[in-house]
Design a protein around this ligand. Structure first.
Ligand code: ADP
Length: 589
């Protein structure tokens, strides 16, 4: 059974009152009885002396009837039983017996108090009197009246004492009840006061537990006061600890959120407990994944392997498939408390792609260089092995040497250009450039080839049309496209360079009437070393890097490139470049 502090205090004080009351009741009753009996005995003794004196002073007491009468008178006056006994033990007079009874009364010689008095002392006795029907106290004194001797005995029923005790009991019970009522009230008050402080303490403890951070203002110096003091100290320490924890947590959150790596913590059931922004961004999560199994949030088969290990480890995960597939490098580390895991993930898709590009690039470069180098070497060897002796053959070998070393040089120049662009050393100076002017310069640069191939170039561009570009880069782009158009056009054909404004950009097109580019190659044509017909392209002195350079330059000037088929045949290579804000509004409309 659950008892409140108040009830316990009340029960304890009730027990105390009952115990003290009971003990004092027993003690008082015993003591009072003893004292009252002593008092009665002393009184009785005095009465006995008085009775003896009266008896001795009364003349004419030889007559037994006179003795009896006197005994009756004395008995009535003192409200006791007065008996007079002679030396033989016969009753001469008795205040509680009538003459008949007196005659038939027992011999009293052997009553202890009579025997004692006969010997000359004061006889005392206490016993139950069948005559009176109650416990009696007897005091007997000897007397000598002339020749007559005998004993005067005074007796009193102890009922008086019993009555006094009964009254005492009643008084004690009443006093006890009053005391009990007062004590109950007092203990209620005390327990109320005590429990009020305790209730306050409990209330504040609850507030502290709920984080409201209260202190208890108890001013007393008793145990409760000290408890309140300790409580306040505890609350202060708790608040201090909480503040430190909050600072630590804030710091931890900031570090976690500012990390570029995705971090996620799991509980022992591999369910997500905590994650950072990088994790949400990496997985493009819309809802919070907290409480969900990580394998469900990150559906990569390799993740199971990593989590099953349960130890520190790393695994590369593949998310999705095809072009949208992403590579994630995941590191798992069990928590120090052994009830979870921290997983750090890094998107390595781009790194892996670049690694592949680099590998392919090295392979392609080696392959591209090997052909001219081996041709140069073979021709030089032929010349050395006697080819020089035949001037006609020697010339053709030297021409081949020249052609291939030029090709080698072009490849190297293009490669250097690309690498300069990619490393960021090729600084673009973006400004307003007149498209028509740039086109004219590039046409001029290929003029010799145009004349040689009897080709015509038609330029359709508004002389005022400007784009935001680097002039050199724009010319480089146009030159590469024109160069290709010249290379892949039949002799005596026509080329078209067109520039037209769109809403916020300008589209520049270079069109030829060549063989065109089959649809399946169009998407890859801007990759390095990609050629539609590699043999033919190489023969034409192409490096396979021209369009890669075009794409790179246009990209870095915030434009787009592409190729469309021309009608009835040929290709349209196009690129866009941003216009200068505030110009060509009329054209755009
Ligand atoms: P190359 O130096 O070999 O011309 P490019 O990167 O400039 O290298 O071009 C890549 C490939 O695209 C060429 O090998 C060729 O197959 C194709 N190509 C480029 N321009 C044209 C064009 N105007 N007409 C047809 N094919 C073209």
């Amino acid at each position: 059974m659950q008892l409140s502090v108040r009830a316990k205090l009340f029960l304890v004080s009730l027990g105390l009152i009952v115990a003290v009351g009971g003990a004092s009741f027993i003690y008082l009753e015993v003591e009072l009885r003893r004292w009252l009996e002593e008092l009665v005995e002393r009184n009785l003794e005095q009465l006995a002396h008085g009775a003896r004196e009266t008896f001795l002073a009364t003349p004419g007491l030889q007559d037994p009837e006179a003795i009896d009468r006197l005994a009756h008178r004395l008995g009535e006056a003192s409200a006791t039983r007065i008996s007079v006994i002679d030396t033989q033990g016969r009753l001469l007079g008795d205040s509680s017996l009538d003459p008949k009874g007196l005659q038939h009364a027992d011999n009293h010689a052997h009553r202890p108090e009579i025997e004692e008095a006969m010997k000359g002392g004061t006889g005392r006795a206490r016993r139950y009197s069948t005559t009176v029907g109650s416990e009696m106290l007897y005091v007997a004194l000897p007397y000598v009246h002339g020749p007559d001797k005998g004993v005067v005995r005074v007796a009193m029923p102890l009922r008086v004492v019993d009555e006094a005790i009964v009254r005492l009991r009643v008084l004690l019970v009443v006093a006890g009840m009053v005391g009990l009522a007062i004590a109950v009230l007092m203990s209620l008050l005390a327990s109320h006061l005590l429990s009020r402080t305790l209730r306050k303490l409990v209330g504040n403890a609850r507030a502290v537990a709920e984080g409201a951070g209260h202190r208890v203002d108890v001013v007393s110096t008793d145990e409760l006061g000290r408890l309140a003091g300790s409580f306040n100290q505890m609350a202060d320490t708790l608040q201090g600890t909480l503040a430190t924890l909050a600072v630590e947590r804030g710091r931890f959150q900031t570090v976690l959120e500012s990390m570029s790596e995705a971090v996620v913590t799991l509980d022992s059931n591999q369910k997500v407990t905590l994650m950072n922004r990088a994790f949400r961004n990496l997985l493009q999560l819309e809802s919070s994944p907290e409480g969900r199994p990580l394998t469900e949030v990150v559906p990569a088969p390799e993740l199971h392997k990593l989590l099953e290990q349960g130890t520190t480890g790393a695994e590369e995960l593949t998310l999705g498939d095809g072009n949208a597939a992403r590579q994630l490098l995941a590191h798992a580390q069990p928590l120090a408390s052994h009830d979870g895991t921290v997983i750090v993930m890094l998107d390595v898709t781009e790194t892996r792609r670049l690694e592949n590009v680099r590998k392919d690039f090295v392979a392609n470069v080696s392959h591209e260089l090997r052909t001219p180098v081996s041709i140069i070497r073979a021709n030089a060897e032929t010349l050395l092995d006697g080819g020089l002796e035949d001037p006609v053959r020697a010339r053709s070998f030297v021409e081949a040497l020249h052609r291939h070393s030029e090709r080698l040089s072009r490849i190297i120049t293009d490669l250097l250009d690309l690498s300069r662009m990619e490393s960021g050393r090729y600084k673009l100076d973006l400004k307003a450039v007149a498209v028509k002017g740039a086109v004219a310069k590039s046409v001029e640069a290929v003029q010799a080839k145009l004349t040689e191939r009897k080709l015509q170039v038609l330029v359709e561009a508004d002389p005022e049309l400007e784009v935001r570009a680097d002039p050199k880069a724009l010319e480089h782009v146009l030159l590469n496209l024109l160069d290709n158009a010249v290379k892949y056009s039949p002799d005596g054909g026509q080329l078209l360079v067109r520039a037209r404004p769109l809403s916020s950009e300008v589209r520049i097109e270079v069109e030829d009437r060549g063989a065109g580019i089959p649809a399946e190659h169009r998407a890859r044509i801007f990759e390095r070393f990609y050629r539609v017909d590699s043999g033919r392209a190489r023969d034409m002195g192409g490096t396979g890097l021209g369009l890669a350079i075009v794409k790179h330059l246009v990209d870095s000037m915030s434009g787009k490139v592409g190729v469309d088929p021309a009608e009835p045949k040929g290709s349209i290579f196009w690129f866009t470049l941003p216009t200068i804000p505030g110009r060509h509004k009329r054209a755009a409309a």
